[in-house]
Design a protein around this ligand. Structure first.
Ligand SMILES: [Zn+2]
Length: 273
């Protein structure tokens, strides 16, 4: 039996999206590699390069994992992932304004959290329990902390790592708009607040005798490629800020520009049909 026109079109669309995702990921990783090789590394200031390098790589990971998972391109999940990207952006932009001091704070806070995790687990350790999952995990956490080569590691930092909240960091790093228009609205999904869940997890009951109360549901939502586009856009924004503060001039084609160009030529060919 031959394939229907609809089946052929779906297959073509699927092929187009799969290629788009694979090529996007490839370019995004190349963008990261190029920046690392252009950046002049000062080995006396490893914490700066490791913190900023890891944040930049984390942003690539978030964008590429979103790209790889069309099942997350919907209102239930995409805002949670995209808000994590805004967090990375604000941290990176804030550290870039005073790299040595702030990257140290960033590292110290992470180590403090690791230590806290160990302290929470230890009381649950019973005698003769050396091979339990908990004991093995504690050992691994301690080994990780001891493997840190930094000499400034003396105190455990509690509270927020920067000493200020995300909103203040965004203000200082000159990205308060990003905070107000993206971070805050996406927080509704991340923290499952009323203005998110009442929209996406309630449906008006059809029984007129019930006075239009709403009942809980878990609806499927059609994926929207717009969320992939947003992830790519935030990664692009992160690269641009990094480039301007570090004065790097990478030459490789931007993964975001690739996406935009592909979309343009695809809509043109759709228009010709
Ligand atoms: Zn009802």
């Amino acid at each position: 039996m031959g394939k229907s026109k609809l089946e052929k079109n779906n297959e073509k669309e699927y092929q187009f999206i799969s290629n788009l995702i694979a090529n996007y990921i490839d370019r995004a990783r190349k963008e990261l590699d190029e920046r690392w090789s252009l950046w002049k590394i000062d080995l006396e200031k490893s914490e700066v390069h490791e913190t900023l390098g890891a944040l930049l790589a984390r942003q690539v990971t978030l964008a590429t994992q979103i790209a790889l998972s069309p099942g997350t391109w919907n209102e239930h999940i995409a805002p949670v992932l995209l808000r994590a990207m805004v967090d990375v952006y604000i941290s990176l932009a804030w550290v870039l304004d005073d790299p040595l001091k702030r990257s140290k704070k960033f590292v110290l806070y992470g180590l403090g959290q690791n230590k806290l995790d160990i302290e929470h687990r230890k009381p649950r350790l019973k005698e003769g329990d050396e091979d339990s999952e908990n004991a093995i995990l504690i050992k691994a956490l301690e080994a990780w902390a001891n493997s840190q080569r930094y000499t400034f590691l003396t105190e455990v930092e509690l509270g927020s790592w920067s000493g200020i909240n995300t909103r203040q960091m965004a203000e200082e790093a000159d990205c308060i708009d990003f905070y107000n228009y993206v971070y805050t609205p996406f927080s509704a999904a991340t923290h499952s607040m009323w203005h998110h869940i009442s929209r996406y997890n309630l449906q008006t009951c059809t029984n007129p005798l019930h006075g239009y109360h709403r009942i809980p549901i878990d609806p499927d939502i059609e994926p929207s490629v717009h969320y992939f586009y947003l992830a790519a856009k935030y990664l692009q924004k992160t690269f641009k800020t990094f480039d301007s503060k570090t004065e790097l001039k990478p030459k490789s084609e931007s993964a975001f520009d690739y996406l935009i160009n592909q979309h343009k030529s695809e809509s043109q060919s759709q228009g010709q049909k």
